[in-house]
Write a protein that binds this ligand. Structure first.
Ligand SMILES: Cc1ncc(COP(=O)(O)O)c(C=O)c1O
Length: 466
């Protein structure tokens, strides 16, 4: 037997997840080493007296998260590049959510996280603009695009950020990347060395976690409270960290804003230590109480903030277009890396987004979406109150596209799985923690709720499950 594994049928977690956790622990504590071959599905199923499908489900999850790698007929192996875990505080093994994320090509399920209102996207207008770009592109549309991004789009983003996010930057500082992950990859290739310590919000966005681990960073989870990242704790845990990844506008996933004293403390730390702050401003455009907060970058006088934004939430994620703003002194180094990485974004899409911004459609679309989301959010809050009363703790977030509800009892992973079985794609909050004892809760995307009746129907189905 590769490791002792006893099924606990009294546990709410299904067997394939129990086995998955056992694998993860064995990799983390070194019982399974990087590059080790793991037993074939059939052999392990026989050894543990399980159905083959159960072991297959475990392996698929582990492979999907990068723990295991399949090498065809040669077998399945623990991913060789996984670095060993070096201390309880530093995380260097690839970790991710055990729950299948909704960031894959599935159509919107009820309450699916991370998607904007797909029914409200102006597709006709988009098609017209895209058609025009295709017709007008000439040779420019056929050659390799600029690896830093399409120049008119970089200029349009710089203008937009100046007006909407209080960020003063030159288009040369703007880099267009294929999604947030690609922004992080460009940052890590340009500035990060193997073993650099990096603060990460706890709980925090799993995609950032995975990208930084893949880059060889040592992650230092830093707790979050209702004022956002606890900067003092970050300084206490790893004063010498070279990076801090933060979501200051709406902490992901809890939704709190980073308070002004903490913003100033974070900048002060970065200035003193010459560390880098990676600001992830992923859905800052949506705020339902008060005005949108300016970006942390707008306070950055000494050029320590690397700012990222995305078109996934304000247009649609299928675009795979995000952007990174770097300090002016760094633009040369980033341009060389962008050229080296060769991860260009398609010309037509960039040109279409640029037209969308420059011709005023973007501002109109955002305005419409803000009131639509405020309505949809309220429908969901009302429906949850009606169905659950005090049984669910609704986190009163001021912005964003999802709600976090705390559970007074029950296991959120199991609940999320039961919900998924009936077509509801809530995500379990506990999966967003790396180290701390997780809070249990559910993350509910409200952007695609089409009516108050639909919100009620979904809440009713959830109530039956919970
Ligand atoms: C916290 C956070 N940051 C950034 C992003 C943007 O990711 P992308 O640009 O890859 O769609 C997301 C998307 O879900 C997110 O949740």
């Amino acid at each position: 037997m590769i490791f002792p594994f006893e099924l606990d049928r009294s546990q709410p977690a299904p067997i394939y997840l129990q086995l998955y956790h056992r694998f993860r622990e064995s990799i983390a504590d070194g019982r399974l080493r990087h590059g080790d071959r793991v037993p074939a599905v059939r052999a392990l199923a026989a050894e543990l007296n399980l159905a083959r499908g159960t072991v297959e489900a475990t392996y698929q999850l582990l492979m999907g998260e990068g723990y295991l790698i399949g090498r065809g007929a040669a077998g399945t192996f623990v991913t060789p590049q996984l670095a060993p875990v070096s201390s309880p505080m530093l995380h260097t093994s690839v970790a991710s959510t055990a729950y299948p994320t909704t960031h894959s090509g599935v159509l919107p399920l009820a309450l699916q996280l991370g998607l904007p209102a797909l029914d409200a996207f102006p597709r006709k207008l988009w098609t017209r603009l895209a058609g025009r770009q295709l017709r007008q592109a000439g040779l420019e549309g056929l050659v390799y695009p600029d690896p830093r991004g399409h120049a008119p789009l970089r200029a349009a983003i710089a203008t937009y950020l100046g007006i909407s996010r209080g960020i003063t930057c030159h288009p040369e500082q703007v880099f267009v990347c294929a999604g947030y992950r690609a922004c992080l990859d460009l940052i890590s290739h340009t500035l990060m060395r193997q073993g650099d310590r990096c603060w990460l919000e706890e709980p925090g966005y799993f995609m950032a976690r995975n990208a930084l681990l893949a880059a060889g960073a040592q992650l230092v989870p830093v707790p979050v409270d209702d004022q956002g990242l606890d900067v003092a704790q970050g300084i206490a845990r790893a004063p010498d960290a070279l990076f801090a990844v933060v979501t200051p506008t709406h902490q992901s996933p809890l939704g709190w804003s980073l308070s002004l004293p903490r913003r100033l403390a974070l900048l002060d730390w970065a200035n003193r230590r010459s560390s880098w702050i990676i600001e992830d401003d992923y859905d800052s455009e949506y705020r339902y109480q008060g005005k949108p907060l300016p970006a942390l970058k707008s306070l950055d006088q000494q050029g320590r903030v690397l700012y990222t934004g995305t078109f996934s939430k304000v247009l649609f994620p299928g675009l795979r277009l995000a952007y990174l703003v770097v300090p002016a002194e760094q633009s040369g180094a980033f341009a060389r890396q962008a050229d080296h990485l060769h991860n260009h974004c398609p010309h037509v899409l960039q040109a279409t987004v640029s037209a969308f911004l420059n011709e005023g459609h973007f501002a109109r679309h955002l305005k419409k979406m803000r009131s639509l989301y405020a309505l949809r959010r309220q429908w969901l809050v009302d429906a949850l109150h009606q169905q659950f009363g005090e049984r669910l703790l609704i986190n009163p977030q001021a912005g964003g596209m999802h709600l976090v509800v705390g559970l007074r009892e029950g296991d959120d992973i199991e609940l999320a799985q039961r919900a998924r079985a009936v077509g509801i794609a809530v995500e379990p909050l506990s999966q967003w923690y790396l180290e701390a004892k997780p809070s249990h809760g559910l993350i509910l995307g409200f952007a695609n709720i089409a009516s108050a009746e639909q919100a009620l129907a979904v809440a009713l189905r959830l109530a039956e499950i919970i």
